[in-house]
Design a binder for this molecule. Structure first.
Ligand code: ZN
Length: 299
């Protein structure tokens, strides 16, 4: 059974020149527009680049995978380079709600996996929940992050994250400096030397686990040959942490928009400390019985 579906009718709202750029973003660049492409698209739409993220919200929301709630959250983040990144929520049928990925996490993940090291703003089509405010507080640039809410009833709110999350608990309270996007790589190894395991190891080395040291990366192999990596991202408040499998699923979603794919294999490379990702990944066999699951230690 295909993992995802995508309703492309949202593209119908764009005239041909603009539509081709939106299609490039969706189908060739995994939900990313470079700063130059964003300027070009804004020009095609006769709007300012500042207003472009809002215009792209319905496109982002169309990327949501929401079989449980049917509630589509769309997010557009602007990276420090000026590039734009889409994010959308994702739910997992036959699993627990706690496994859900929120739109703001998805957009941050997209920024991170594209190699961007800072974000300046995000626009979202519903008020960020407390979980997401806490997740975003883990970004090194969270103090200056501008968050614009464009709600369905036409209400606008535009504030910094610190105004939405006063008296916040964060990395500094646990003696950690840095944060997601700005963290340094570690240099773990792995005995498995096949290509997928090495990709997962690279993701583990770039993951963010300052509280437990449980660095972990996942690689998903899709039936059409696409490989999508995911990185673990911890949070000072623990629960909003992003598991590497969920990170990889969001990546795969954006890499295969508009195509029917199945999940061929899941490869985890992770370092077991006081925590482990291995039990979570092994339990995925219940959700994906036909998928090969491989688990390796990072040392
Ligand atoms: Zn949320």
């Amino acid at each position: 059974m295909p993992l995802f579906s995508f309703d492309g009718s949202v593209l119908g709202g764009f005239a041909p020149g603009a539509r081709s750029l939106v299609e490039t973003m969706l189908f060739s660049q995994a939900g990313m527009l470079t700063a130059r492409q964003a300027e070009e698209l804004a020009s095609c739409l006769s709007i300012s680049t500042d207003n472009l993220p809002e215009k792209l919200l319905p496109v982002a929301a169309a990327c949501a995978v929401v079989p449980v709630s049917n509630f589509h959250v769309g997010v557009v983040m602007r990276g420090g380079s000026g590039a734009l990144y889409l994010g959308a929520n994702m739910e997992f049928e036959q699993s627990v709600l706690g496994m859900s990925l929120h739109g703001e996490q998805s957009a941050t993940n997209n920024v991170w996996l594209h190699g961007e090291t800072s974000v300046t703003s995000l626009v979202v089509n519903a008020a960020p929940c407390g979980h997401c405010r806490q997740f975003l507080h883990e970004l090194k640039c969270s103090d200056t992050l501008q968050v614009k809410i464009v709600s369905a009833d036409g209400q606008y709110y535009d504030n910094t994250l610190s105004q939405y999350l006063p008296e916040a608990f964060g990395p500094g309270d646990l003696g950690v400096e840095g944060g997601i996007l700005a963290s340094k790589s570690v240099s773990l190894g792995c005995e498995a030397d096949d290509e997928l395991a090495q990709l997962a190891l690279d993701a583990a080395n770039k993951s963010y686990a300052p509280y437990t040291g449980g660095y972990a990366g996942v690689v998903l192999e899709a039936s059409d040959g696409t490989t999508a990596v995911g990185r673990y991202a911890e949070n000072a408040a623990y629960n909003p942490s992003l598991p590497p499998f969920t990170s990889a699923m969001s990546r795969l979603r954006f890499m295969t928009l508009g195509r029917d794919v199945e999940l061929k294999s899941i490869t985890l490379v992770g370092k077991d400390t006081s925590i482990t990702h291995a039990t979570h990944i092994a339990a995925l066999k219940h959700l994906y019985p036909d998928t090969e699951i491989r688990i390796f230690q990072a040392v």
